[in-house]
Design a binder for this molecule. Structure first.
Ligand SMILES: [Zn+2]
Length: 234
């Protein structure tokens, strides 16, 4: 059990593992392939410059797959915890799907972007909701400024979003919980070290993460099986 007191401020980091339990494939990391392409070859600014249609084919496929997925008991448990703790809980997800929102989470940031949002690749127009698919022979949609509409996704080589807010909340956190994240992709893999020595940190997921030694304790189990019974309010 993880004990949460009235004073605790809880920072939760989620990764691909929690979405995988809802049937969404994890493309990042070793062995991630789409058709014959390594994911780095289609999820990068370079790919967008060379072949934006290929990039949109990939994200169109991902939108279709993600639209059919449903949140699992792990997502629901985190949404329930937010209802209890309210502003004392902050959820940072590396996932681009909307399963946390579907489960009812509201206080969250997507540090790697959102699959169901697009933005202009030229002007600073805000990212907007977009569930369309753009596949050949369809043209790439254009912004009124003339720029091309791209997925609102943090590609390889780009800087993750909301980092100022994330580090501000990390500095205040008294409890850190990582769920289903392999502990490899930076900067998220180092978040836990910001609390080392001053606050407990826990990992939940079926496999030991690469940064396991940084945690106070690792619970090696599926998040959908463990999270619903893990939290105990003092
Ligand atoms: Zn524009």
């Amino acid at each position: 059990m993880i004990e949460i007191s009235e004073q605790d401020r809880v920072f939760i980091l989620t990764g691909a593992g929690i979405s995988a339990e809802s049937g969404l494939p994890t493309f990042r990391g070793a062995g991630g392939l789409w058709r014959s392409y390594r994911v780095e070859e289609v999820a990068s600014p370079r790919a967008w410059q060379h072949d934006p249609r290929l990039v949109w084919e990939f994200y169109s496929m991902r939108r279709r797959v993600a639209a059919a997925a449903k949140p699992n008991p792990g997502h629901l448990a985190l949404a329930q915890l937010e209802r209890t703790l309210q502003e004392r809980l902050f959820l940072c997800t590396q996932n681009v799907d909307s399963l946390h929102e579907q489960a009812g989470s509201r206080r969250l940031v997507h540090m790697h972007g959102e699959l169901f949002k697009s933005r202009c690749d030229r002007c600073d127009r805000r990212p907007f909701y977009d569930a369309e698919t753009y596949e050949p022979p369809a043209d790439i949609p254009r912004c009124h400024c003339g720029g091309q509409i791209r997925p609102h996704i943090c590609w390889f080589g780009e800087v993750p979003y909301h980092l100022d807010r994330i580090f501000e909340v990390l500095a205040q956190a008294t409890l850190f919980i990582a769920v289903g994240t392999a502990g490899v992709v930076e900067p998220a893999a180092s978040f836990v070290t910001h609390l080392s020595g001053r606050a407990p940190s826990y990992y939940v997921g079926p496999e030991e993460p690469a940064n396991a030694s940084a945690f106070t304790k690792c619970f090696l189990a599926k998040s959908g099986e463990l999270l619903p019974a893990l939290f105990h309010r003092l």
